[in-house]
Design a protein around this ligand. Sequence first.
Ligand code: ATP
Length: 643
Amino acid sequence: WAVSRIDEVDIEGGWKNGSPVPYAALAKAFALIEATTKRIEKTTLLTSLLLLVIRRSQKGDTKSLLQTVYLCINRLSPDYVGIELGIGESLLVKAIGESTGRSLATVKSDLKREGDLGLVAMNSKNSQKTLFKPKPLTVPFVFSNLKEIALSSGHSSQAKKVSIITKLLAACQGQEAKYIVRSLEGKLRIGNAERTVLVALAHAVVINEKEEAGKRWSSEKLAARLEEGANILKAVYSELPSYDLVIPAILEVGLDKLKEKCKLSPGVPLKPMLAKPTKAIGEVLDRCEGQKFTCEYKYDGERAQVHKLEDGSVAVFSRNSEDMSKKYPDLVEQLPNCVKDTAKTFVLDCEAVAYDVKERKLMPFQELSKRKRKDVKLEDIQVRVHLFAFDLLFLNGEPQLHKPLSERRRLLREHFQPVEGEFGFAKSSDGETTEAIQTFLDESVKDGCEGLMIKMLETESSYYEPSRRSVNWLKLKKDYLAGVGDSLDLVVVGAYYGKGKRTNVYGAFLLACYDADSEEYQTICKIGTGFSEEALQAHYNELKPLELTKVRGDIKIGGAKPDIWFEPKMVWEVLTADLSLSPIYTAAQGLVDERGISLRFPRFVRVREDKSADDATGPEQIAEMYERQSLAQTKTGKKKRGG
Ligand code: ATP
């Protein structure tokens, strides 16, 4: 049943074994996937496509599957390599005009009507008479051209990009132009979360292995094997998030031996473990339920995963797996001072914090965010950075993830040493009473931290869980004890014109959360108070280039009516007094109520430059916050508010 749609996904006449994968097969599968909202159906369609690719690739050809998978998730490389698409609207409008012989004005007016450049490109192509049928597009051709576009930079790059896009569009048939243009924009919008792709890939490999071995399985056995395969691949990928490494390995050794072959390795950043918010010490004690835990300072800086590779080089990665070695050359330079001779290769999980060398004290995060993101020169650095290590994920050839935190911490302290003003271990206390936690929390705030992280210390529940927001890590932030327990990271999707003094800038903004499953932004509130005039001007300057002709199709608007729509890119951290149900906004609609959830009295905290729009708070987290708030209000006798 997992491949029941294979004939639908295949293109007319199929394609010859060993020949390049036709892009038409991807476009066909994408259209079918887009047409359904059911996750199982999406997975089945994708499994069918990937199985076809595996079956028709020659032995030893790993590229066909690799490139197909990349195009399905609309990426061209692992995150840390940083080859990104995301071509601006005006460039695409120009290329669509050039390749279809239509004026810019007509393309723009179509865009205003349709709100989707992909559709505009497809319709423009399909209404154009062509004398010759173009040579069919193939996956390797599309992939390498997209890569060339993403990599071209500098002075004449705009013209070069337009020319490659024009060439690609000229060869498009059927629905291909729609997906090529959406790929170029940076979002396929078919509701194909990366998790779905991972599951489909595992399923395709399991079915292929079964067929090759000529096995006959009952449907129960097949279902069990599919689930097992998906779990293996998800676990492996969370340790080694690189299709470049994982896909050739699956094709070589299969799923059962994948864990031995693909392990966390320095140079490939893993997705960090994240914490759940709590808003009272009592809640911490309830959640820890008699298990051993530790409290650590929650430093106010930037997450830094520090890798030392076999060849002796050092790399620093951000929360989003971006290579930050060029932002923090000082970290790279000072690192050897804290490493003992016994640590040859390693991966440390740390927080990089701004540090005042003269006063010997920590500085707020904002000081670090003023740094350029790239090409920082050592001699230009004004604010020093202090590293606080809180975890050791890899040491001397061995991943350490599956050891208790107490053991990882022991190894961390054994193989590294504090260096005044440069490197230290996250300050910790294992006190277990409410009073002890309160005292430590107060101390952390006095020392310039945000609050505490509470972590399980022993047994399996303290293993490191890459990419998970886990209950085994709790955060307790001083500021939010009275509010909803945490701030939210929201995407700016629209703006309202200012009034009075504010007429030349935007006066208020429309914010949205991001649902990774449906790949859509859901509106959550309007925010307009608490901005200084300088701040409004700065936001205007940053947001103006993101203005769109029409709202994008992946924004679930509800009743919001901003004057301007933006490309969803900018992420803001926002605090709120509380959450309420709303007939206007769409965030978390259907999770706790038919209505959406909205923020009451939202307050801007800061721009989150370290987060991309896809990392914004998700609807489940918002629903969870709403439910915990309602629970707390019921306990204290306050009424639930609606409206
Ligand atoms: P936040 O806005 O709170 O940083 P987040 O979504 O980036 O949220 P969370 O899991 O919610 O991440 O909070 C953990 C973050 O706190 C980590 O990503 C890390 O950057 C920072 N941090 C500071 N000190 C510690 C510590 N001792 N242990 C773990 N994380 C810490």
